[in-house]
Design a protein around this ligand. Structure first.
Ligand code: SF4
Length: 370
């Protein structure tokens, strides 16, 4: 019989591993940097032993810092990135550091055989908006695209009941939070029967896959290379738990990766960026110290693609859309109003999505909320 998730957690002693990891997260900065150095070197050595190359998957400040950290300890892993997705100031630093820029997946080919690549806009039009978080968006996407195959998962998202594979548990974390069930649960028949509403737009987590993850995976395969990632468990999200269970270096059957900063807190990352003189992309402003000693970046705290809605509901204003409005009002106007069309051919954009999830936003100069 297939092992259920509870038995698996017990077999791999997950609770103890998570507790050990959490202790390391509380250690001082110097310990963590030494720890990251040892783990990064171990990973490189194990890759050499297995005949694998390694690279750094580069995005914003965290992974730029990782690239320079590895160079500082003489691990010369090339940097790769789907750079065009990032803010121009990040792209500039990527070029300066010699990061190789990858293209997104090919969507189609023209008559002359030239490739048509997926773009942020085309993914949104085809699949939906990346909003809230990757996990929540993936759940909503399942609810909005019901099939026989995903019936058990949809039931778990609506009710929290997992079925046999999940150990027949009730009230699990598979259940979407009540707040979002109220707004999105009605896309599913069971949810609609419970009185939940359905959003008037599509939601999807596919954007990252088509634009970032898959192109990087394909590059890695072609180059027989495995990645160093700038992930930190303290940032939460989808991978926090697996980082805590699997630790910095993971050599699994289908995944091999190193996350030397796994035990870092934001403060450690910013301190290391200062110590290594990391060029900070303009979008973050500069790294400064508050009176109480904590470090912060004067502009964006985190970045991602300018039009990404992941995390927007928990971001303080001015949020990333506000900042984009100041930087590029024309682009902002387009994102808010003209991303895709509804079934009547009416154009709409992030404005409608933000209104629906209760995130306030402003019209560009001279405009009025439509
Ligand atoms: S970060 Fe957001 S916008 Fe960027 S590729 Fe991922 S889902 Fe798309």
């Amino acid at each position: 019989m297939k092992e259920n998730i509870m038995d698996r957690m017990e077999r791999i002693d997950a609770a103890r591993k998570i507790a050990d990891f959490q202790v390391k997260m509380q250690m001082p900065y110097d310990f963590k940097v030494k720890y990251a150095t040892i783990r990064a070197r171990e990973f490189a050595a194990e890759c050499d032993r297995r005949g694998l190359d390694y690279h750094v998957s580069v995005g914003g400040l965290d992974s730029i810092t990782l690239l320079l950290f590895l160079r500082s300890i003489h691990i010369n892993a090339p940097g790769i990135s789907v750079s065009f997705l990032e803010d121009v100031s990040i792209q500039r630093i990527h070029r300066q550091l010699g990061v190789e820029c990858l293209k997104p997946l090919i969507r189609d080919t023209r008559e002359d055989g030239s490739p048509i690549y997926w773009t942020k806009d085309s993914v949104i039009r085809e699949y939906g908006f990346p909003v809230l978080s990757k996990e929540i968006a993936a759940k909503i996407e399942l609810l909005q695209n019901p099939s026989e195959k995903n019936a058990t998962v949809r039931h778990a998202i609506i009710t929290g009941e997992t079925g046999a594979y999940g150990g027949n548990r009730k009230n699990t974390r598979m259940k979407m939070s009540q707040k979002w069930l109220d707004k999105f649960g009605g896309a599913d028949a069971e949810g609609a029967a419970l009185g939940y509403a359905a959003a008037p737009f599509k939601v999807s987590a596919k954007c990252c896959y088509y634009l970032k993850e898959r192109p990087c995976d394909l590059w890695a395969k072609e180059h027989n290379s495995v990645p160093y990632l700038g992930l930190m468990a303290s940032e939460g999200g989808r991978r926090a738990k697996s980082l805590k269970i699997n630790g910095c270096n993971y050599f699994g059957e289908s995944t091999i990766r190193s996350a030397p900063f796994a035990i870092f807190q934001r403060q450690d990352l910013l301190q290391l960026a200062l110590d290594l003189n990391v060029p900070v992309p303009e979008i973050y402003g500069t790294i400064e110290r508050r009176e109480d000693g904590t470090l912060y970046t004067t502009k964006a705290q985190r970045t991602g693609c300018s039009m990404c809605g992941f995390g927007i509901h928990i971001e303080k204003r001015p949020n990333r859309f506000d900042l984009l409005k100041d930087r590029n009002p024309k682009e902002y106007d387009r994102l808010m109003h003209r991303m895709t069309q509804d079934e009547n051919g009416e154009w709409y954009g992030w404005g409608k999505v933000l209104d629906y999830i209760g995130v306030d936003w402003d019209e560009p100069e001279g405009g009025e909320k439509r």
